[in-house]
Write a protein that binds this ligand. Structure first.
Ligand SMILES: [Zn+2]
Length: 128
């Protein structure tokens, strides 16, 4: 039990961490761990998780080709040293769709594992 607490504390201190108000959430690639502070930031981080679980779909030729016009106008998070613009666009599109494939054209919806994402969106709980 102490080990689990220590690991949790360690995660919370990794950059970007919840104590830094610059960030609304973060996903740690390789660690399969995320934290988030609102519904939209949670859905966004789940988008990063789906990207990771799909073997970095955001870096695939297919996704890059399908989004080449979007990525040009996407402001992205140039100030985010932890991800690249295509990774952010992948998570941002998922956030906009709010986990619903019908909100995207099929040219984009094909790149997401909607069933896996729904499992995590359904698990989201909020303090009211
Ligand atoms: Zn992101």
């Amino acid at each position: 039990m102490k080990l689990i607490t220590a690991i949790t504390v360690l995660f919370m201190l990794l950059p970007p961490n919840p104590f830094d108000s610059k960030w609304a959430g973060a996903y740690y690639y390789d660690l399969n761990f995320y934290w988030c502070t609102s519904h939209s930031s949670c859905v966004h981080e789940i988008g990063h998780y789906l990207d990771d679980m799909g073997g970095m779909v955001s870096q695939s030729e297919g996704f890059i080709e399908a989004t080449k016009e979007l990525v040009e106008v996407f402001p992205g998070e140039e100030s985010n040293p932890y991800t690249n613009k295509t990774m952010e666009l992948y998570a941002h599109i998922y956030e906009i769709a709010d986990g619903n494939p019908l909100r995207l054209p099929s040219s984009l919806s094909q790149f997401y594992d909607w069933d896996l994402g729904k499992i995590y969106i359904d698990k989201l709980t909020y303090d009211h």
